[in-house]
Design a protein around this ligand. Sequence first.
Ligand code: URA
Length: 446
Amino acid sequence: MNAVDVIEKKRDGHELTEAEIRFFIEGFTRGDIPDYQASAWAMAVLLRGMTERETFLLTQAMVESGEQIDLSDVVDYAVDKHSTGGVGDKTTLVVEPIVAAQGLRVGKMSGRGLSFTGGTLDKMESIAGFHSDLTTGEFIRQLREVGLVLSGQTAEMAPADGKLYSLRDVTGTVPSLPLIAASVMSKKLASGAQAIVLDVKVGLGAFMQSVKEAERLARLMVRIGEQADRRMVALLSDMNQPLGRGVGNALEVREAIDTLRGEGPEDFKEHSVEIAAHLLVVADRAESVEDGRAQAHEAIGRGTAFEKFLLLVEAQGGDRAMVENPSLLPRANVVQTVHATRSGYVAQVDAREVGLTVVELGGGRLKKGDPIDHAVGVEVLRNVGDPIEAGEPLFIVHARTPADFDAAAARVHAAHRIEEEPVPTLPLFHATILGESSEAGSMADA
Ligand code: URA
């Protein structure tokens, strides 16, 4: 067998065998198959697709390319959530402390920002001293002692995904359904949680643009998880406009802290509560989603979720004072408002454009390894459907310099649209996809 044969077979639209998939992934992980062949193969997969069986086999080969944590001997039950990537998506920072406060163990491996989407680790590093480079031993110890861990993916875990993802990012091969499913699920399966809630984003600021496409991806990932004996739920959530108000690392941490204190924006709070509720149900801590929501509100109301967040920050070396007093978080030099130039109803706030504006301000990376500025970002003051008068504030831009502000202001201005006639608000969720083990294996309208 050789790599060219496998690439040509996929290029010509044939189904690969288990042996061929293993040969390719093992060879690529070892470095025997060079990046240019792996890129050609990824493009062939993007164009020709994969059967469900091939996608399962690819996920398995990627899981087995590295270390796998078995948490069953460590804690009773560990849960995890994963978002496919969005703009202003600081949900993890709120959901994980909520469910940890309700007694679930949460061991999460998070990523960094990619393209226009932000990354949880970058956000958390707005808190001085916070580090996420935990060894497997430290991850397990913290999971036992604190019940909540937020670490980076170690080089040993699903290394095939780490290598392939960086190639996909620069070869136009990210938005492939089987490649995304195998990438997400290989990390989730390798890191050992027994129950997983997936937040599959759909819309302008997501890799999946249509609900139909997002639903296919969600169903595929749910089935992959179930084949590996995980309890699975997937939610399809709207990502046409940014989630919540803040987009940018420190701004998002501040909003997460506000939300944990019961003061954040309603839409973001509702989104977080919904995901926490499903985690509580899938882990048998809540009798129903309604009960899960009530528990989540209680953890916020009593301050126990905020306490868990403080413990997490302290356990990973972060400055507690910044969490207790978020005005100590990094702040940009130039903070100025962008105003509406006409009256009417907000019809669009393009999440992708807002995400790209934040990257351009320095809050994200143009290439791997670039340093980022935690202080910069954009606050979105109006959502789709809101009425607005000309001259009212629409965005607040946090920039390093006046010139950066001008460029960002022009870009966010172009990213929004105001119409004369009333515009319906956007839903937070489009659908819930329950795994067989969760209930009827059906899709429920959100
Ligand atoms: N997130 C991942 O982890 N992998 C992908 O391929 C896309 C989003």
